[in-house]
Design a protein around this ligand. Structure first.
Ligand code: COI
Length: 356
């Protein structure tokens, strides 16, 4: 259903920018949006009327299918400004491919590549004043698509709205994260939508995460749904374990998101001659490693959070505290990754994409 027609991008500019009103040192993640946004509708079997216009509310019927069946998928990506004022995206092709993979799983028509890249780069260029230079600052970009056909019959929508929003961002998690290993609730199942960035995947985590919070944890490390025997994802991130000097992470599957930060960390580790094992990770082996001291680090990896060190893991009635080693992998990967993203170092992988 990938439309081959590339209609012209309409651009409606705001008369007054809000950028001067923003306190960039005190941003709440993802709640202040830039001056403009992109929208494009799928009607009569075609994506049409791609438009960048001033950020503002939508008018959508309460009968739209997204409200009843959650037919919606999204992406998270970032733009960075270097010290010379040049603007860079990080591996945008990966996000483009993944939103269409997610869309396909939710029976949503794929979005054309040329409109995606034209809209993305034009929006970032128009709102580049909103990107602060400096490590830790970025523009968080949120492409998403939702079902807009009116009707509560449980069938795929025939109409959709694809949008891109952008929000200046700093750190997603401040400080180390305490996580608890799931032993009852599940995030995903075989054959389900765990590998898709489906809106409902995140909403379904809120209740078990609230329960974890009541017990002093910030996030849940999700395990396999059938036996809760394997460690799979951490909250909004993929998860890595360092046992002695080996880095271990679960392979992507039906249940695990193919994270862009995850695959970048694996490549950086290999580039630094670190032993990497991509294989199923048993809860029991990590608990044993925590007990015998060979578990050196756990960290999450994701676009919003970048690299987020875990300071404690809870399992059943036990809590294992972790002390960050001096030669911390998580600190090293975060520095290497951010240096590439911010155009501070060479990019041996060809991941940076300049928005000219
Ligand atoms: C991201 O890391 O970009 C995500 O999509 C997580 C999101 C829930 C903030």
């Amino acid at each position: 259903m990938n439309s081959s027609i590339t209609p012209k991008l309409n651009i409606l500019k705001t008369e007054t920018s809000r950028v001067k009103e923003v306190d960039f040192d005190n941003l709440v993640f993802g709640s202040t949006f830039t001056d403009h946004m992109f929208e494009c509708d799928f009607i009569n079997g075609e994506w049409q009327n791609p438009t960048i216009r001033p950020y503002g509310n939508l008018s959508i019927s309460p009968g739209a299918k997204v409200f009843h069946y959650g037919q919606a998928v999204f992406e998270g990506m970032k733009a960075y400004k270097d010290e010379d004022g040049k603007v860079w995206l990080f591996r945008p092709q990966q996000n483009f491919e993944r939103i269409n993979k997610s869309a396909k799983r939710l029976a949503i028509p794929e979005f054309p590549r040329d409109i995606f890249f034209e809209a993305l780069t034009t929006l970032v260029r128009m709102d580049k004043e909103w990107i602060q230079p400096g490590l830790g600052n970025s523009l968080y970009i949120r492409p998403f698509v939702m079902a807009t056909q009116v009707g509560v019959s449980a069938s795929p929508s025939t109409e959709y709205k694809f949008m891109i929003l952008a929000a200046p961002a700093q750190a997603y998690y401040t400080g180390d994260v305490r996580v608890v290993i799931a032993d009852h609730y599940s995030r995903a199942a075989n054959g389900g939508v765990g590998a898709a960035k489906a809106a409902g995947n995140y909403g379904a985590q809120f209740y078990p995460t609230n329960l974890a919070r009541e017990k002093g944890f910030h996030q849940v490390i999700w395990t396999d749904d059938s036996e809760h025997k394997y460690l799979e994802e951490a909250g909004t991130m993929n998860v890595f374990f360092r046992v002695n000097d080996t880095l271990i992470t679960a392979p992507v599957s039906d249940r695990i998101l193919d994270g862009v930060t995850r695959k970048s960390v694996i490549d950086i580790a290999k580039h630094n001659n670190i032993d990497v094992e991509v294989r199923p990770v048993l809860v029991s082996e990590i608990v044993e490693a925590a007990k015998d001291g060979s578990l050196k680090e756990i960290f999450g990896a994701g676009t919003a959070a970048v690299i987020s060190p875990v300071s404690a893991i809870g399992h059943k009635e036990h809590v294992y505290e972790l002390t960050k080693p001096e030669d911390s992998y998580s600190a090293r990967f975060k520095k290497d990754l951010m240096s590439i993203q911010h155009n501070i170092t060479e990019d041996p992988f060809g991941w940076r994409f300049e928005v000219k």
